[in-house]
Design a protein around this ligand. Structure first.
Ligand SMILES: Nc1ncnc2c1ncn2[C@@H]1O[C@H](COP(=O)(O)OP(=O)(O)O)[C@@H](O)[C@H]1O
Ligand SMILES: Cc1ncc(COP(=O)(O)O)c(C=O)c1O
Ligand SMILES: [Mg+2]
Length: 276
């Protein structure tokens, strides 16, 4: 049987835990043929690990998308897009493709929420990406922005945010409580337009989880391409990422990436589900 093809439109994280590197590693672990159209390159200052984002020329992105679409991806994922123009290109790429699935990881900032957002990007994601999304995978902060509710701190607020994001066109919404939601467990909320389901694992160490979000969305993309329903795809993506976080490792004094292959090679973490 031939492999399903998965395409990420995303940035390069030179430290290789997140971004298109995480996507490709995950696509490979989950038995798809992973492809990339690169938007930007993120480099780090070795002394401070301060991030520097260098966008690629837009015509180079256009050429990559044209090449990748000619190969025929079955599912497309977006990661760091960075500008309204690129958000528009990602939306158009999905429309121009024959892909059946579009997974939008609405990356707004790399880590934390202390950086200034570009409000134009959020507006463009709401207008151009959400109406096309098979699944959208915001973290707590991004869900607050996409819903317009601001800071979210409870499951009830996450449900309200998921309802609004669904109303804005995303067919399936998963809000990652993850490391940001208080408590002993890592809780994500899944909404399919009818039912709210909590997906829960133990909360593992939070120091070495760089790339968790990208890995989760990439696993969802590969699972959809391989025929899983959106519900199965997100549950199994959480198995994949929770295992990767448990076995995350210290890279240097600043960062530790998840271990993308842990679910296949070390252990599979169980995910509990509960309707709320
Ligand atoms: N410390 C942790 N232990 C277990 N799971 C976690 C932990 N931190 C995040 N996760 C899970 O990893 C996935 C990615 O979430 P998160 O790290 O919040 O995303 P992002 O990297 O986009 O901010 C979610 O399924 C979340 O619940
Ligand atoms: C290129 C790129 N994309 C996406 C992200 C977001 O990563 P995460 O999976 O931690 O949300 C980062 C963070 O460093 C990045 O460098
Ligand atoms: Mg993220």
């Amino acid at each position: 049987m031939s492999l399903k093809k998965t395409l990420t439109i995303a940035g390069s994280d030179t430290s290789a835990g997140a971004g298109m590197q995480a996507d490709l590693k995950t696509f490979q672990e989950l038995n798809t043929y992973g492809m990339v159209a690169l938007t930007a390159v993120v480099t780090m200052d070795p002394e401070t690990w301060g991030h520097d984002v260098t966008p690629l020329p837009i015509d180079l992105l256009d050429k990559q998308i044209k090449t990748a679409l000619s190969i025929g991806p079955d599912a497309i994922k977006t990661g760091m897009l960075g500008s309204e123009e690129i958000i528009g290109r990602a939306a158009q790429a999905y429309k121009d493709s024959d892909a059946d699935f579009f997974v939008v990881d609405p990356v707004m900032v790399c880590k934390g929420e202390d950086e200034v957002l570009n409000p134009g990007n959020t507006e463009a994601m709401i207008k151009e990406l959400l109406p096309l999304a098979t699944v959208v995978t915001p973290n707590l902060f991004e869900a607050g922005q996409l819903s317009g509710l601001g800071k979210l701190t409870s499951i009830d607020q996450m449900k309200e945010a998921a309802r609004i994001i669904h109303e804005r066109g995303a067919k399936h919404v998963i809000i990652k409580g993850g490391k940001a939601l208080e408590g002993q467990e890592a809780v994500d909320l899944y909404f399919d337009g009818e039912t709210y389901t909590l997906l829960t694992t133990e909360k593992f160490q939070s120091s070495y989880n760089h790339g968790a979000g990208c890995t989760f969305a990439a696993a969802t993309t590969a699972n959809l391409a391989n025929g899983q329903s959106p519900r199965e795809a997100v549950i199994n993506a959480k198995v994949f990422v929770a295992s990767a976080i448990k076995h995350g490792w210290k890279m240097n004094d600043f960062v530790g990436p998840v271990q993308h292959g842990a679910s296949n090679k070390v252990e599979k973490i169980e995910v509990a589900t509960k309707e709320v």
